[in-house]
Design a protein. Structure first.
Length: 184
């Protein structure tokens, strides 16, 4: 490692120590999530480091430059989430009713009950926020794993497990009267 690289690493490290808190706070104002804000701040400094962008910790414009990189990361995230949400809604309304009908393990013999159960499930899912609807679609409808969904989204595995449990509990509660009881 030559002196120029050492100097670059030193400058990035100083900027990281100096501006990390400001970047995290700025990201919280964009995405409203503490953990995600920290991850995006890390991404900001990784971009500076990986692209070998020259930063001067003593220059007053450096903080503004770093914040602008962070803001762009936040805007990209929001755009990506909006696109995912619109695609999710589009696919949900076209896929869910038919998939749910085929996924019921023991559907009632009477078609009226099938439609009623599908309606209850659809209304329950529509009451969920967008993130939980995404988790519902990916895990319960498409059968994806928690790790797969976590990698495709900005959610941690813990949150996905938590959301899955909440969704399943809500569906069980809403469908309680239709659950099959073993009469042995």
């Amino acid at each position: 490692m030559d002196d120029a690289q050492r100097e670059f690493y030193k400058k990035v490290a100083i900027c990281y120590k100096k501006y990390y808190g400001s970047v995290v706070q700025h990201m919280k104002n964009i995405v409203f999530d503490d953990e995600l804000s920290k991850e995006m701040a890390q991404e900001c400094f990784l971009r500076i480091f990986s692209r070998s962008i020259e930063v001067d910790p003593d220059d007053l414009s450096t903080k503004n430059y770093i914040i602008s990189i962070a803001r762009n990361i936040g805007i990209d995230y929001i755009r990506r989430r909006r696109m995912e949400t619109s695609l999710l809604k589009e696919k949900y309304y076209s896929e869910v009713p038919s998939v749910l009908n085929s996924k019921l393990s023991e559907p009632p013999e009477d078609a009226i009950f099938e439609d009623e159960i599908t309606g209850i499930i659809t209304s329950s899912v529509q009451k969920l926020n967008e993130t939980k609807q995404f988790v519902f679609k990916e895990i319960l409808v498409r059968g994806k794993g928690i790790a797969n969904v976590s990698n495709r989204s900005s959610l941690s595995r813990y949150k996905i497990k938590k959301y899955r449990k909440e969704i399943v509990d809500r569906l069980r509660e809403d469908l309680e009267e239709y659950r099959y009881k073993d009469k042995r």
